[in-house]
Design a protein. Structure first.
Length: 188
């Protein structure tokens, strides 16, 4: 992992922990979007995993009714602790432990009470598809994106088809005549 990638991830993890402690859902979503942008540049599955985790946490923290579940507060503490441990592993350049720590988020779900576990699993699955569509929007192929997140291309195509991402017109420029007129106006 390059130095700039490491610095970006460390900053993202630090800001995510702060946002979680403050209950700042908007910052978590922005961090997730920032991470997806970086994932599209570096084509790194670690960035994608971080983006999915942070986005999922933003969804979990935005639902006030989840606080009524017994395991909610314990899960929140586990999440902030896991982010901190992941950050420490990354600082020490222990990428295997860093990645394992991130993947442990999914294992922690199994410790939740039945109803809350069902909601959290659903959030993580939807987050994978949502973030995959955002990666595709950044120019990564559907196949590569589905591979990053271990989801089927069919699921991803179904979601992308309903969002209108594939309908976005990219690189629409002015005609040659319009560009020449603009240049002439500049020099008048």
């Amino acid at each position: 992992m390059e130095k700039i990638q490491k610095e970006n991830l460390l900053k993202i993890l630090k800001l995510a922990r702060i946002a979680i402690k403050k209950g700042d859902v908007k910052t978590l979503r922005n961090l997730s979007d920032w991470t997806v942008h970086d994932a599209s540049i570096y084509q790194s599955d670690i960035y994608v995993l971080v983006a999915v985790i942070i986005y999922s946490l933003s969804k979990i923290y935005s639902r006030e009714n989840y606080e009524t579940y017994k395991s909610y507060h314990l899960y929140c503490e586990d999440c902030t602790g896991s982010l901190e441990k992941a950050r420490v592993f990354l600082e020490k350049d222990d990428l295997v432990s860093f990645e394992n720590q991130l993947k442990s988020f999914l294992n922690k779900i199994n410790k939740l009470d039945k109803k809350f576990k069902s909601h959290v699993k659903d959030i993580f699955e939807r987050a994978k598809i949502h973030k995959a569509s955002r990666l595709h929007e950044h120019g990564i192929s559907l196949g590569r994106t589905a591979e990053f997140l271990e989801i089927s291309q069919f699921e991803l195509m179904n979601y992308v088809g309903t969002t209108g991402i594939s309908d976005v017109k990219e690189n629409i420029t002015l005609s040659v005549k319009e560009r020449l007129n603009n240049v002439r106006n500049v020099f008048k």
